[in-house]
Design a binder for this molecule. Structure first.
Ligand SMILES: CSC[C@@H](O)[C@@H](O)C(=O)COP(=O)(O)O
Length: 364
């Protein structure tokens, strides 16, 4: 997507065709800084410390992490070790393991001398596929927005609520939850987005708001607890969120607080959709609540907030007593029964094993 008129992806190769470039997302929206990843260790730190984040981008960065590792040492031993080290960075987004498994299976069948080139090629393919998948999600989700628009008076605004950042910054391009929104805006539909701030790390406030502002999409930043109230007053037509892992029966694991939005949507008859690329489906898992590992992050992210001070400097600010510990489960699971539908690159389906298998019959 565009920043000040220039098209960017969230990850790309430098001119030397070896160095990996990313946007340092912890600094947004106050600073746009591109940083270079030159080693597997750089890639692992970038994922773990959330310089990059969002399930598809975590997968793409891990794929490039394998390429950086193979450029350094293409041995079988390093292939295994790199899979382990990168796989340990974050536990919830299944795209991480999906990309690592794909890289390992591909590279282990190739002679060590050819592995670095093959790993870079594969990482580029994973990125290109992600862009195409998200473009297709946008076109499929656009139909839902058009259906809502058709029921409204001409020119009436369509209000869409989203949680966290499932935008282009969370993917290689387009985003998942935001792709239908960008497509709707391109088509001239009058859309307004309610952006959940998404405590504790504020991906909504810092990233989704920045994306919306950069693309001229009308939006309003709201506190996480405002969504239910807005739904009760008819101010939300549709919820679209992303997912870090979708189970074979259609449960969805996404940023903490997504479940509460789904409950409020159900109580108010507001359609609740999840946009997902197929690499986010974990076909080995059924019951998301019981089976998906939930990342527990540092309590300091809860007791402190990061932002720009009035003097323009950026810093962390403590908001709770010194003696109060922070608890920080980073994701929750929304059971399939609360989800109106899943928007995938192959179409929209029910959040159920039948629904998913109707679009992905090869998984039978
Ligand atoms: C298309 S991204 C989908 C999800 O990864 C996104 O909604 C989300 O929860 C991101 O969490 P994060 O902790 O910022 O990696």
């Amino acid at each position: 997507m565009k920043i000040d008129g220039t098209h960017y992806r969230s990850i790309w190769l430098g001119d030397d065709q070896k160095t990996v470039k990313i946007i340092e997302q912890r600094l947004l929206p106050h600073e746009l800084k591109v940083v270079e990843l030159k080693s597997r260790e750089d890639a692992a730190v970038a994922i773990k410390d959330m310089w990059v984040r969002g399930a598809p981008l975590i997968g793409a960065t891990a794929a490039y992490g394998m390429a950086l590792a193979m450029a350094n040492d293409p041995s079988d031993q390093n292939l295994d070790a790199s899979w382990e080290i990168l796989n340990e960075t974050r536990p919830t987004a299944i795209n991480l393991r999906w990309a690592l498994d794909r890289a390992k299976a591909h590279l282990s069948a190739i002679a060590p001398a050819e592995r670095a080139a093959a790993a870079y090629k594969l990482a580029a393919e994973i990125c290109d596929e992600d862009v195409e998948i998200n473009r297709a999600i946008g076109q499929n989700g656009l139909k839902l927005i058009e259906e809502i628009a058709a029921k409204k008076a001409p020119g009436e605004t369509i209000n869409i609520l989203t949680h966290c950042n499932a935008g282009w910054l969370a993917t290689v391009d387009w985003g998942t939850a935001t792709s239908p929104i960008y497509h709707a805006v391109e088509k001239g539909l009058k859309v307004h987005v309610w952006v959940d701030e998404t405590r504790p790390r504020n991906q909504g406030a810092q990233l989704t708001s920045w994306e919306m502002a950069s693309h001229g999409v009308p939006h309003t930043l709201i506190v996480d607890n405002a969504g239910g109230h807005l739904m009760q007053h008819g101010q939300v037509d549709l919820v679209i969120v992303g997912t870090d892992r979708t189970t074979a029966q259609g449960d969805v694991c996404n940023k903490i607080g997504t479940y509460l939005k789904a409950l409020a949507a159900k109580d108010n008859n507001v359609p609740f959709y999840v946009a997902l690329p197929s690499p986010t489906i974990d076909w080995t898992v059924n019951d998301g609540v019981k089976e998906i590992p939930i990342e527990e992050r540092d309590g300091r992210e809860v007791t402190h907030v990061y932002g720009k001070l009035e003097n323009g400097e950026r810093d962390w600010v403590q908001i709770s007593p010194d003696a109060t510990p922070g608890g920080n489960p980073a994701f929750d699971v929304t059971p399939a029964r609360l989800i109106t539908g899943l928007i995938t690159e192959r179409g929209v389906c029910a959040a159920s094993s039948e629904g998913l298998k109707s679009l992905f019959p090869e998984q039978e």
